[in-house]
Every structure is written in C-alpha cells, then in structure tokens.
Design a protein around this ligand. Structure first.
Ligand SMILES: Cc1cc2nc3c(=O)[nH]c(=O)nc-3n(C[C@H](O)[C@H](O)[C@H](O)COP(=O)(O)O)c2cc1C
Length: 234
C-alpha cells in the first residue's frame, strides 16, 4: 500500500489550513492509501544548530521528534506539505523542518545549485506536493514559495509534484458564501492527494481547481475580507 506523509505547519487548530488538510486526507482515505499526518507545530523540533555534527554519521545531536518524523519521511512514497502563508512565505515551522533535514543530504547538495538527482531514501521516486493557505489575493507576492519547495525537493532528491496557493482562505471557513466553489476546491484537494499517491504527480487541471478564484471580483473579496477581519477582532 502506498504511504503518504502529510506535514502540517499551522499553529492554530481549527483554522483554514486544517480544512485544507482534512480535504487532502479525505482523498487519501477514499483512495485507500496509508496516511501519516504530523503537525510540526505540535512536535518537539529544535532549531538546527548548524554545527555539522551530522556530517560524519548522518545523525543530529538533538534528541527530539525529528528522529521519528524522518523515519516516517524515509518510508513514505509521497509527502504533502501544508502550511499557512506567513509574511509571503511558509510558516517558520516548515522551514525549521527542512533545515533539520540536513542529516539526509550533507553539504555537497548545495554545491550543485539544487540539481541533485539522486534519492536520499531507498524508496524510488518519492514525490513532494505542497499547498499554502493565505488570506489575501496577492498570489504574485507568494511566488517564492513554489521556488523554495522546488529547490528543497531537488536537494532532497524528491520528484517535485508542484506547489499551489489557496488564497482567499476565509471562504473555506464560511462555505455558505459560495458553496459550489468551496465544494469544487475540496474535491480538487482530495483528487490531488489521490493523484499524488497513485501516480507521484498532480495534474495541472487539479492544481488550477485548487487555486481557483472564489470571489467574483476584488470589490467582493474586499467586502468579505473586511467582515472577516472585523469578526476576528471581536
Ligand atoms: C503571522 C501571520 C502572517 C500572515 N501573513 C500573510 C501573508 O503574507 N499573506 C496573506 O495572504 N495572509 C497572511 N496571513 C493570513 C494567513 O495566511 C491566513 O489567515 C491563513 O488562513 C491562516 O491559516 P489558519 O487559518 O490555519 O490559521 C498571515 C497570518 C499570520 C498569523
């Protein structure tokens, strides 16, 4: 049975990142795939010390949850990273996770400008797919996220299956504002997880359906966004 590791980096329980993660998980369950779900924010992950002690023996000096997470990571056929967007990037917990993957790669990887083509795990063609969840509509300002995931995938020897942005996240919390579009987005998330697990890739049309614009125009978005943030203030 194919195994998928879902890595979450949302500190806030019950938020929009969790809604996205649940839709992805529903797809894995429907497809009969094995899913391991780890919230990095609930895990004990100490920051990389940059001490290079891991170079001689591929083992970090920290004795924390990363040992078990990396064991599951190595066994997985595919990895899905799900993060909220914080200041135009993934949340820091996702970054901390990747920094702690250094024992898997060693320094030479970074001499080759992310062009590593060998696997770090014995499983063939492990794929990485990512979804980042943002409140705004400025997708262009978040373009660096895809670049980062692609470079990280290459350095870890993973097949990069894509990175999508799910902007306008407040609509996920209030699906009655547009039930049809929210339903289609959740279906697309489930489909993406199944495609990733089955074929190691996610089709372009599925990615587009995940990122589809929800509001009919900027004015409608601003109206709903203002109401959302006002509600959060209370
Ligand atoms: C520290 C912080 C920084 C944020 N930065 C951005 C941002 O750069 N762009 C954006 O569209 N939304 C930003 N947001 C909003 C979140 O991305 C958005 O609300 C997301 O849905 C949060 O995930 P959650 O609902 O799982 O908590 C930020 C939120 C926080 C807490």
């Amino acid at each position: 049975m194919k195994r998928v590791l879902m890595l979450l980096s949302n500190p806030r329980p019950g938020g929009m990142t969790q809604i996205v993660a649940e839709a992805l998980l529903a797809g894995l369950n429907e497809g009969g795939f094995h899913a391991d779900c780890v919230n990095l924010c609930k895990s004990d992950i100490k920051p990389c010390l940059g001490c290079y002690s891991c170079i001689p023996n591929s083992r970090c000096v920290h004795k924390d949850d990363m040992r078990e997470i990396l064991r599951i990571f190595t066994l997985a056929d595919a990895v899905i990273c799900v993060s909220p967007v914080y200041f135009y990037s993934v949340s820091s917990r996702m970054r901390e996770f990747f920094e702690r993957c250094f024992p898997l790669v060693g320094g030479e990887r970074f001499m080759r400008c992310g062009k590593a083509d060998t696997q770090v795990s014995p499983k063939p063609q492990k794929s990485l797919f990512a979804v980042s969840v943002a409140a705004g509509i400025d997708a262009a300002l978040c373009a660096n996220i895809e670049q980062m995931y692609e470079a990280v995938s290459k350095s870890l020897g993973l097949n990069f299956a894509g990175s999508v942005l799910r902007m306008e996240s407040m609509y996920l919390k209030y699906p009655t504002l547009n039930p049809q579009k929210i339903g289609a987005i959740k279906d697309a998330l489930a489909k993406a997880a199944k495609e990733l697990a089955a074929y190691g890739r996610v089709y372009g049309s599925t990615k587009e359906a995940i990122s589809a614009r929800i509001s009919k125009d900027d004015a409608e978005f601003e109206h709903h966004a203002r109401l959302f943030w006002q509600k959060m203030r209370k």
